[in-house]
Design a protein around this ligand. Structure first.
Ligand SMILES: Cc1cc2nc3c(=O)[nH]c(=O)nc-3n(C[C@H](O)[C@H](O)[C@H](O)COP(=O)(O)O)c2cc1C
Length: 340
């Protein structure tokens, strides 16, 4: 399990000390870890298991600890109070990292989640941390997102943050909730606000399915092979052909509208007070009502219009899909190699 230890390694002391890179040494993999409900942690447990089992790989897990930490389940207003800072990427402080920045990793795995159409604040805090350029600069990065299903705008922001550290993004794995979009607008908030994951009123369970989580192992197996062949030193994706990502371009319009709205209202709320300030609460309540109207109008209308106008939008949607399925792609031609 990767949540309990901030440092775990096949070679227990190797990851915490500066080391010369030589071919004989195990490949060193840095994993950044944060998960509130444990969903992303379970995905990473599956994905990292083959790396832990490989004597030629040592894994260091760096646990992110925001100060103060975010609650789960979230109190209702506290949840929405996180959107202005998420949208503006104003991150919290983190408890000191266990790393000094002197360590040399061969590969970085960056699991991340989406908060209000932006990278989650703990992950943003790490990418803005003064040590991030030292740890990630010039390093190959495999990003892995597990979220409801709106991640494209957040991925743009993540890429900007990664570019700021000098990292080389080789792969992006995207795992999204399998339920219908409109149902997930109900089941995900219920899960996050109450802890209840079980579906109700005929709606599916919130979050990823157990099968999706179990299948994340294929990415770990492929990474072991790639590291054995030194492929992380190149610029080609390591996880192509494994169905790493499927972008639903039809959600792009809703994401754009949502991002704009979070940004503008977030600016207003940030001008009124700091996170948690009572002055923000009345405005937050107004915004939540506005957001509900936005979700029950813009999302279905834009999805419906795109169905009606499919021939007109086809080329544009294909371009958006191709853009967000890069670099790893949606092809599955290598999946059979890692089926167990
Ligand atoms: C404050 C907050 C905002 C969220 N906003 C989004 C979102 O905009 N799009 C999305 O697909 N998922 C969103 N999610 C779901 C998360 O991306 C993620 O799936 C869920 O929080 C479980 O992650 P965990 O591994 O940290 O437990 C949000 C979650 C939280 C807590």
């Amino acid at each position: 399990m990767i949540d309990t230890a901030s440092s775990t390694s096949a070679e227990p002391t190797a990851s915490a000390t500066p080391i010369d890179s030589t071919a004989a040494q195990p490949k060193r993999v840095l994993v950044i870890a944060y998960s509130q409900t444990g969903q992303l942690r379970r995905v990473m447990d599956r994905m990292l298991a083959p790396l832990y089992a490989d004597p030629n790989i040592s894994v260091h897990v760096e646990q992110l600890r925001p100060l103060p930490d975010y609650p789960f389940p979230w109190p209702f207003l506290r949840f929405f109070d996180a959107f202005p800072e998420s949208a503006h990427m104003v991150a919290p402080k983190l408890a000191p990292l266990s790393l000094s920045g002197q360590e040399a990793f061969d590969l970085v795995i960056l699991p991340w989640q989406v908060w209000f159409l932006a990278p989650s604040l703990p992950v943003t805090a790490f990418l803005q941390h003064p040590l991030a350029p030292r740890l990630l600069g010039g390093k190959p990065v495999v990003a892995v997102v597990a979220c409801r299903n709106m991640w494209m705008q957040a991925f743009d922001k993540l890429q900007t943050l990664l570019r700021g550290t000098g990292a080389r993004l080789l792969d992006h794995v995207v795992l999204t909730d399998p339920g219908p979009t409109l149902a997930t607008f109900v089941t995900t908030p219920v899960w996050l606000l109450s802890g209840r994951k079980k579906g109700f009123w005929g709606m599916p369970d919130a979050g990823l399915s157990p099968a999706q989580i179990a299948a994340a192992r294929r990415f770990g197996l492929a990474l072991c092979d790639a590291l054995a062949g030194g492929q992380e030193q190149g610029s080609a994706p390591l996880l192509a052909g494994l169905g790493a990502v499927r972008a639903d371009a039809r959600l792009y319009v809703s994401e754009k509208a949502g991002t704009r709205s979070f940004f503008l209202w977030g600016k207003l709320l940030r001008a009124v007070g700091a996170p948690g300030a009572w002055q923000r609460k009345p405005l937050l309540v107004v915004y939540i009502l506005f957001l509900l109207v936005l979700i029950v109008t813009i999302v279905p209308i834009s999805l419906g219009l795109q169905v009606l106008l499919r021939p007109v939008f086809k080329a544009r949607l294909s371009r958006i899909q191709a853009r967000y399925e890069a670099p790893s792609g949606s092809g599955v031609e290598r999946s059979h190699l890692y089926e167990e």
